[in-house]
Design a protein around this ligand. Structure first.
Ligand code: AMP
Length: 252
């Protein structure tokens, strides 16, 4: 794959923005850093970050019919059934802010979801004149060592007020259990408890790993080393995205 970082900074981003960047999919185990990296991709390219975990938690909090069905499944660390996810994702991807592209974090999580997404993009996304031409999603998998994942997940603490994230081993707050930024209490997310973490990692191995194989068979998967410092991972992902953009520009 061609990776061209030189000269593909802001100016090429500006050129590309008229056509948009299209869909970007971040794959990886729970704790791999998908959320952090998706946020950075979203900010760099001005496209929305779509996290199915966040969408589901919002539904649980608002006690919508979907939230009521998903709540217990999520608390056990299992995957919410595909049929419940599709309407939620379709509804979100149809919103106008997704026109130039979007970065998916936590979806697709089963091969069936990956097939559904391809069909959705073919049938809806690429048909619209506002949308960025027929371009296959850029798929990046963030690979992290298993022990490192356990550290990241068991150490994760979230601030109650605004969701700021810390890690008691890797990025501790200045005062234990207290958010540096707003002083609110830090808590362990329900599904970051030990037993649930193991269930989530098993769900990943059994149900989500085959998603990477699905994209690999199509020659669309690029892996990056997620054990590296967070800024270096961001840079690797940027290089992958810019490489795809350059290859697409060549083919127009
Ligand atoms: P996350 O924040 O991505 O780790 O997701 C938290 C939980 O939401 C997961 O453990 C699942 O129970 C559920 N979830 C998130 N995304 C999906 C998905 N694409 N398919 C099924 N369940 C999901």
């Amino acid at each position: 794959m061609k990776l061209e970082s030189e000269g593909l900074g802001a100016s090429s981003m500006a050129n590309g923005s008229s056509r948009g960047i299209g869909p970007i999919i971040l794959l990886g185990s729970p704790g791999a850093g998908k959320g952090t990296q998706a946020k950075r991709v979203s900010e760099r390219y001005g496209i929305p970050q779509i996290s199915t975990g966040d969408l589901l938690r919002d539904n649980v909090q608002r006690q919508t019919p979907l939230g009521l069905q998903a709540k217990d499944v999520m608390a056990r660390g299992e995957l919410v059934p595909d049929e419940l996810i599709y309407d939620m994702v379709a509804h979100r991807l149809r919103q106008v802010d997704c026109d130039p592209g979007f970065v998916l974090d936590g979806f697709p999580r089963t091969p069936a979801q990956a097939g559904w997404l391809d069909e959705f993009l073919d049938n809806e996304f690429f048909d619209s004149p506002q949308r960025p031409g027929r371009c296959a999603p850029i798929v990046v998998r963030i690979d992290v060592d298993y022990n490192q994942l356990l550290h990241r997940l068991t150490g994760r603490r979230t601030c109650l007020a605004s969701g700021h994230i810390y890690n008691v081993y890797l990025q501790p707050p200045r005062v234990p259990d207290t958010c540096d930024l707003d002083g609110s209490r830090l808590v362990t997310r329900d599904d970051d408890r030990d037993d649930v973490i193991r269930e989530r990692l098993t769900a990943y191995q059994v149900q989500t790993k085959p998603v990477a194989e699905y994209y690999e068979r199509q020659g669309r998967l690029v892996s990056v080393n997620g054990d590296l410092p967070v800024d270096e991972v961001t840079e690797l992902i940027r290089l992958v995205i810019e490489g795809h953009r350059a290859a697409r520009a060549d083919s127009f």
